[in-house]
Design a protein around this ligand. Sequence first.
Ligand code: FAD
Ligand code: NAI
Length: 475
Amino acid sequence: MTSTHYDVAIIGAGPGGYVSAISAAQRGAKVAIVEKQYMGGTCLNVGCIPSKAMLHIAETLHNLESAADLGIMLQQSPVFNMPRAVAFKDKVVKRMTGGVSTLMKGNNVDVFDGIGTVDASKTVSVQKSDGSSSEFTADKIILATGSVPFIPPMPGVDGDHVMNSDTCWNLPKTPESLVCVGGGVIGIELACMFNALGTKVTILEMLPDVLAPVDAEVRKLLVRILGKRGITIVTNAKVEGIEDEGGQKKVNVSTEQGAVSYNAEYVLLAVSRRANTTGLEKLFEFGLDTDRGRVRVNEHMETNLPGIYAIGDLVHGAGLAHVASTEGEVAAVNATGQNVKMSYDVIPNPIYTFPEIAFVGITEAVAREKYPEARIERFPWTAIGKAVAIGETEGFTKVIIGKYGEILGAHIIGPDATNLITEYSLAMRGELTVDEIADTIHPHPTLSEGLREAILAAEGHPIHIPPKQAARAAR
Ligand code: FAD
Ligand code: NAI
């Protein structure tokens, strides 16, 4: 047993934890971080990064379908090789997680491998996988233990060929067929990916719509696009259990019309995530406050136990890596003696389907209910030169503008939406008005012109579509 004292100790090295470690160290603190499984957490190992690597491969394959239109004549149909794709994904993950370790070293953060357990006196015990342990104390603790897939309590979830987002990344071959339980972000992104890799995909969603938080018009277009690609989406379909039948999985579903079932080679469970509270048991005994399974924090990211902060998927935030990182920075600043608040006012949401979706602020439905004076307009990619040049004209940009000319919400479905949304996020954060965006020269030909044109359309004077199409703006 060794014993040392730190200014700040962080439990969990996901995008919440490792960013807070860097942030605290750069403020002069002596910092330790404990990680039980993998540097970079869910995001870098089984979440954001591997999914985007595999989606990139899937989209490349999808784009080859129209290669001939660009004069690229393939001698034969492309053959997808899953082991090679997995090797590419592994290389990406290794590079990114190695980068986190390098960053820890570069910022003089001490890394402890093992399960960290914290008690109320801020003593951290680290249990290594070889059975050895160590212990240290800290003035401040940041809990960043993240989340794990929620496995619903129903029959068959632990059977063969039943996967979740922790276990679906190293398949030996492309599944012939897949039933995806849940049409949330994970279900939809992975359905898009597997479909492009050649799998027959069925999504079963218990709500009336998939991607419930997404603007209805955007969601409707995506559902139509995915349907055209052969993805079956069944809504109002609550999965009740999974069985084996004739060498396949049989997924039992209750619908308004009664019980039905869907068969497939694999099942993917994507029915949300739950907080990972490993190592926090002693804190719970000491009264660490929770709310519906997540640790409760105030706007400084501090729990009810003074000097103990919690961030990321462990708390009720947004379930997004960039929000976990921002919360980590806020906690680190507060843990090192300053006093800042976390703001959830402007949170960009990216969804990596192809076409991509991204949004920030309120939806059209909320605007119509709460801000009847809001101007709402959409501008199609078909009228943007760059989108036409790259052959990606499906979709649009929609803006929702308040009475002072402020942006209340923005929704993009189309090429590079996840990057483009940053312009609107910055405008919202900086309280820019639409005039200021319209007065900003946007480079040509770029997709960013579509963002300015959407604003002009809402103002009633778009350049690249006839103004009459902007009639909704006047409503
Ligand atoms: P995590 O990343 O879960 O990290 C927590 C870490 O703590 C883990 O490494 C865990 O091993 C460690 N840990 C837990 N308990 C202990 C303990 N007692 N001792 C030591 N270590 C411990 N978000 C986006 O913004 N964009 C995306 O594109 C995106 N894609 C996703 C795709 C998938 C398939 C999934 C599953 C998630 C995706 N997310 C995405 C969500 C994102 O991964 C999470 O919001 C983010 O990882 C949360 O970060 P975190 O640091 O709170 O927790
Ligand atoms: P989710 O909460 O987004 O969606 C789960 C879906 O499953 C819901 O629509 C729910 O109604 C449905 N469902 C639950 N039980 C069901 C049942 N028995 N039968 C049928 N449907 C059922 O959760 P998901 O997709 O697991 O994602 C978890 C989190 O990961 C998200 O909240 C998101 O924050 C994060 N994430 C973010 C990504 C991004 O930013 N691009 C990508 C992937 C994940």
